[in-house]
Design a protein around this ligand. Sequence first.
Ligand code: GLC
Length: 456
Amino acid sequence: MILAAILAMVACLPAASAAGLTNATSPDLHANETSAQRDARMKWWMEARFGMFIHWDMSSLAGTEISWSRKSTRPLDVDKAPAGYVEDPVYDHLYERFNPTNFNATEWVRLARAAGMKYIVFTAKHHGGFCMWDTKLTTYSIMNTPFKRDVVGELADACHQAGMRFGLYYSPRDWHQPDYGVGDNTKYTTYMKGQLTELLTRYGRMDCLWFDGFGAGDSIKCWHADEILALVRRLQPHIVINNRCANLWFPGNNPPGVPPSLAADHDTPEGTIGAFQNNRPWETCHMIINTPGGYAWSYRSDQTSLRPFSECIQMLAGCATGDGNLLLDVGPNALGEIPADQAGRLREMGGWMRKNGESIYGTRGGPFHNGVWGGSTYEGNKVYLHVFKWDGDRRVLPPLKARIVKCSVEFQQTADAITLNLPPDKQDKTDTVVTLELSAPAADEMADGLPLGDKK
Ligand code: GLC
């Protein structure tokens, strides 16, 4: 699938040139930020570590994958072949029956909070082009369903009221809008700017914007990424933006001459735990639902299971120990409910977070390199080890320069190694969190920025 995507991309598109990037209509507010200013803007996001991704629209009525299950060819795009296609004439009329009367934004926000999640990112518009807000720019929106309620607006209000950070997923790809991909795409870009202006001026503070522009080839030029990003930053200067507007998230798709502001604020490893990286923020997006094809962002009637609790916790700890966030996705059903099994899993995670949150929130990844054994986070002089695998009753780690002044399990410290001891019946098979207190800041162990040890 990914290979097909790369090939399609390489085949269709010329490399972006710096020359195409100079026609911004407003100055880019983040282009000349100092790193201290950027850190201040990103602070809440870095500390949050855990967010809720929500993929939802009228595709939940069919119970097939959002957008990708519409059978038609997709302009400028590749085929992800999800299980279960819906013929276009059927897909295109689903919205006429979409009436999720049990939707309750406050409940969703309450659930995110119960899970220990600190922010929510919601699909305002997925690739299929259906709009979940009261847009004046197309009739293909929630306002023309029997439901007729502005879901984005209700979620924004509920988040603002609860002090939950709120952001939107907005797909630059649009397989429904007739101007999309026509000529130099200028007409469509104007549509996109109009929609983003609606979203960023009508609903109060927007904390993040999650673009998903992969697939349309040279999206830097295709949707004038420089202008789009400048517009977004002008309308919400504090906003945190992912790296998929200019399509720079795919390895190797970073042509020379591209200003760093186009790569925006963070990387987006998808469906996998990001590699240790503490010099640029990142966020893994992953799905809570399991299906035969293993690819399910939205509600699916072919769901086989949920990811087990232990896998969910190890994903979260795997991100935090690698210095990244986890954006865990749920798929509400056609009634507007986050199904009980998904909600249950999130509450279980919340229980774990209430006990172990100190080892996740507000920490940084390191000083040990994470891997299949587990990993570590730190804050000040404290190190939180997340041990997934023990070697019998031991876990041996690389040496530290500082002295361990306190440890929640038995340990030996020598110049060559740190050895932790814990009898198997005391080990937590999901994640044993061990706290160390050092005689000096943990960050000093990574003076060169690199974590200790290899990926064992
Ligand atoms: C992909 C998919 C999309 C999903 C997204 C989430 O790019 O096309 O369906 O919304 O990833 O990361």
